[in-house]
Every structure is written in structure tokens, then in C-alpha cells.
Design a protein around this ligand. Sequence first.
Ligand code: SF4
Ligand code: SF4
Length: 260
Amino acid sequence: MNSSDCMANIEPVRLKLDSRFKFKCHKGVKCFTKCCRGINIILTPYDIIRLKRRLQLTSEEFLAIYTTPRLLEKTDLPIVTLKLMDDELQSCPFVKDEGCIIYSDRPTTCRYYPLGVASLSHKKQMPEEGFFFFVHEPHCLGFEEDKEWTIREWRKDQGVDIHDDINADWTDLVVRKRSFPPNLKLIEESKQMFFLVSYNIDKFKAFVFESSFLNRYDIDAETQEKIKDDEIALLKFGLKWLKDVLFKEGSFKLKEGGHT
Ligand code: SF4
Ligand code: SF4
């Protein structure tokens, strides 16, 4: 069982990939599912794709039912967190007595727990080998168990690599935006584009294939074919385009007479 408040104001002690720790989470722990209540879980683009598929919803439906819009601290970027239930404990909508009912598709933050990753919450610059820390929550008794891991082993066991790989450009974008001087604000249209690509892949697909996008940008036929039926390829494409637009990288060529 995993969850975390990756927006918590915790001063991180830096852990590297080979740092070791003792931890085990299982149904027998007294605190079972406590970490899935009263939490803030920032959802990443790949989290949304997995969850909407799992629940057989459109991205718009998923956003409306399961998310709360927020602004990411120090970036001014519109993000979403998992919407909690209106019960006394503010439970995650997916937690039941027997555990997480969407466990194999749980969000990135839940996979990392009891670790946090500095990219979304604390650091301006991410070192290449990452920057991890413990999310210290007093109710979590998993640290008293006798199973030892390195951070690297934990990441592998929890299947975070594919999440981090697919979200890489998104994380990079957030980290770069955080390094902007605070007075350098994004215009509303840029924020909307960030939200569209990051969270509403169905609508972004319509934007690419049903607006003037392909008349403006020179996108080769092979790429068009690939992103048409593959949401992950479309997301990666969208994130590269977004970086190009926001940071003026110039890797997306405009057609003659086209404009952004
Ligand atoms: S998604 Fe699953 S693991 Fe994450 S907080 Fe909810 S119930 Fe817990
Ligand atoms: S050991 Fe920690 S991660 Fe596992 S259920 Fe308890 S609080 Fe959650």
C-alpha cells in the first residue's frame, strides 16, 4: 500500500540510488491503508492514462470524477491531485479494507512511497542520478519490518521506471519552469496548453488531428501514423511540442506560412 503527500513541506535528506533502507508493507501491518487517507497525490500524465484506461473512462470523465485542480507550488502550473472522498478520514477513492483496488495501475507517487522524489516538490535542479527522500509519516510502521532495499531495488520492485521514463519530459518541464524567476509568468494560453497535453490526452488528440495543427506544423507521415493510435507516443510527442512552445527550442518546424 503506498501513497504520499509529495507536496508536504518536508526538508528532504538526500538519498541516492544506492542508499539503503529497511521497509516492508503488507496486509499484516497495523497501519494497513492508513497512508491512503488524508493525502495529496499529484497525478502525472502517465498516471492519468493508466487510470482512465483501467476505469474505462475518457480523460475528461476521469478528470471530472477523480481529480482536484491545483497550482503547483513555485511554478504556477495547473496540475491535478487525486480527489479524496468526503468521509471523516478523507480516504482515497480507491482504498478498501482489503487494500488498493487499482493497485497494478496505482499512481507514481503511491509506487514511490515511503519515498518522495524531489523533482515535483523541492528542487530547482535535479541531479542526473535523482534525488529521493523519505516521506516521514508517524503512522507508517513499515520501517520497523526487516526487509532491506536500495532505492534502486525499490524502484524496480514498484515498477516506477516506466512511469519516470514516460513522464520524463513532463518532469523536466516542471523543473525548468521552477527555475524561472518568480516574476516570469506564463500566459493563460500556455497554462491551458500545459494542462491539455498533460492531462487530457483525448482532447489533445482532437487538437492535433481536428484543428489546424497539422497545417501549421511540418509533422512527417510516420509520426502522424504513430501518434494516431498510440496514446503514449502521442503524450511523448505532446510533451516535446509543449517544451518547444514554452521554451522556444525550435525543434518543431512550421510549414511555410504557418504560425504557432
Ligand atoms: S491509489 Fe491506491 S495506493 Fe494510492 S492512495 Fe489510493 S488506495 Fe492507496
Ligand atoms: S506500512 Fe506504511 S505504506 Fe504500508 S500500509 Fe502502513 S502506512 Fe501504508
